[in-house]
Design a binder for this molecule. Structure first.
Ligand code: NAD
Ligand code: ZN
Ligand code: ZN
Length: 339
């Protein structure tokens, strides 16, 4: 099978021919139809984070495909089913976090396209207990961005605890953010979109954003406070850029919640007095649990959310990475394996 692998951090991916893996007990084999390209794949290939994947590895955690083989003992999925192999590849199922449906923070969690080979390949081995079940009527290419960008932006919005009629601010209108705008509107929220690119902001307006502010404006914080009548009740920062984090906290309303989802490497300065005196909650959010996945997919199956996709072949992955790094991908590139 064809696969694109990271052999060295910071180097182009290498397209190679690998043998098709055989599912062992409790595993399934998925024939890839489509796989979205997430900014996380860039961080993975760059070796950006403290927890690094073992080399070589196959990135991709928005892989959708058909179950073509089930190993011994598999009962959770049927042959021929369409499933997604997400970032949350598997977890232990019985630690305190798994029992509380907080499995993304399970100490034994495995991550698709990171600690396990992912969807930049014609076949993926998966754990049937953690795959996403793709609703009928949702095509593979349309479903792909939902199983990371969709669930993460949806869960992050829930974590802001903003209520219908209140304001949320979404910083970063790329793969995650363009879906976040749609989820937020479907959830009855007012949306202020923030990005450094006017084209992305115009896109946010087309998707229903009520206000937009370019983060590079010198008065960006004041413009958000003006547009939202005092700051957003909930802020979701998807931007893979450190300055967006300090700025996003300043755009949060008193007693509001700022949810951090983007993971650029490094740290950011926190204005402690403002956070304390304004009673602001700062919270991390990491993909979502399996129930969040069902909900995030249901919005799309009901036609309330639709990823805007550009299809490319697997062989174009290095060009796609170069454009994604420069912010030149309009929404989401999906690798189309049917081509
Ligand atoms: P993307 O490249 O598709 O989109 C990023 C967007 O941020 C672009 O529109 C870009 O113009 C904008 N941007 C850049 N600098 C900005 C700034 N200073 N202010 C406002 N906007 C800015 O990326 P993506 O696939 O949406 O992923 C975004 C981030 O989220 C990455 O760091 C990724 O690793 C992370 N991520 C986290 C989780 C999680 O579970 N927490 C899941 C998926 C992705
Ligand atoms: Zn992702
Ligand atoms: Zn666990």
């Amino acid at each position: 099978m064809q696969a694109a692998q990271v052999e060295q951090f910071g180097q182009p991916l290498v397209l190679k021919e690998l043998s098709i893996p055989t599912p062992g007990p409790g595993q399934i084999l998925v024939k890839t139809e489509a796989c979205g390209v997430c900014h996380t794949d860039l961080h993975a290939a760059g070796g950006d984070w403290p927890l690094k994947p073992a080399l070589p590895f196959t990135p991709g955690h928005e892989g959708i495909g058909i179950v073509t083989e089930c190993g011994p003992g598999v009962t959770a999925v049927q042959l021929g089913a369409r499933v997604g192999v997400p970032w949350l590849y598997s977890a232990c199922g019985h630690c305190e976090f798994c029992l509380a449906a907080q499995e993304p923070v399970c100490a034994s969690a495995q991550f698709g396209g990171y600690t396990k080979n992912g969807g930049f390949a014609e076949y993926i081995l998966a754990d049937p207990n953690y795959v996403a079940h793709i609703p009928a009527g949702l095509s593979a290419v349309d479903a792909a961005p939902l199983i990371c960008a969709g669930i993460t932006s949806y869960k992050g919005l829930k974590e802001t605890q903003a209520c219908p009629g209140q304001w949320v601010l979404i910083s970063g209108i790329g793969g995650l953010g363009h879906l976040g705008v749609q989820y937020a509107k479907a959830m009855g929220l007012h949306v202020c979109a923030v990005d450094i690119d006017d084209g992305k902001l115009a896109h946010a307006t087309r998707l229903g954003a009520d206000a937009t502010v370019n983060a590079r404006r010198a008065d960006a914080v004041a413009a958000v406070i003006q547009a939202t009548g005092g700051g957003a009740h909930g802020v979701l920062i998807t931007a893979p850029s450190l300055p967006a984090f300090k700025q996003g906290i300043a755009m949060t309303r008193k007693h509001g919640t700022c949810v951090l989802v983007g993971i650029p490497p490094g740290e950011f300065p926190t204005p402690l007095f403002d956070v304390v005196a304004n009673c602001i909650t700062i919270r991390g959010s990491f993909v979502g649990n399996r129930r969040d996945m069902v909900e995030a997919l249901a919005f799309a199956a009901e036609g309330k959310v639709k990823a805007e996709i550009e299809l490319q072949p697997l062989s174009a992955i290095n060009e796609v990475f170069a454009r994604l790094a420069k912010g030149e991908v309009p929404s989401r590139v999906v690798l189309d394996f049917s081509r």
